[in-house]
Write a new protein. Structure first.
Length: 124
């Protein structure tokens, strides 16, 4: 399920050498938030991973396979009502075996919300 244009929108994008910074806007009215959790919505970790995959796919120009979740750290929940605008920094480093090492950090202002370290492989 693609989340871009329904669950989130890209409002700003800045590309540097190996890092791209996004400002995204979360859609608090999306049906996912109705169940996660009613009256107290928070952004699910699996949706954060899907956002990362969609943005990395856009950058490298290929469909992707999430080969390994190396590490995930949650620091603060992302409430789409209180903080619908979120910064996302994605670093993409090519590895051996056609993999990409991905480091992605979600934050709201100066507060880090979550950090993901993933290994992703382009599909042929």
């Amino acid at each position: 399920m693609q989340l871009l244009h329904s669950f989130f929108q890209i409002t700003e994008k800045t590309s540097l050498a190996e890092e791209t910074k996004y400002r995204i806007h979360l859609n608090a009215a999306h049906p996912i938030y109705a169940d996660h959790f009613p009256g107290n919505p928070i952004t699910p970790g699996v949706c954060m991973i899907q956002i990362i995959k969609e943005l990395v796919r856009e950058t490298i120009g290929s469909d992707l396979f999430l080969r390994k979740i190396v590490r995930v750290r949650y620091h603060q929940v992302i409430d789409p009502v209180a903080t619908p605008d979120v910064e996302l920094s994605i670093q993409i480093l090519p590895q051996e075996d056609n993999d990409y090492k991905i480091t992605a950090i979600f934050s709201t202002g100066e507060q880090k919300c979550a950090q993901f370290n993933l290994l992703i492989q382009p599909l042929p």
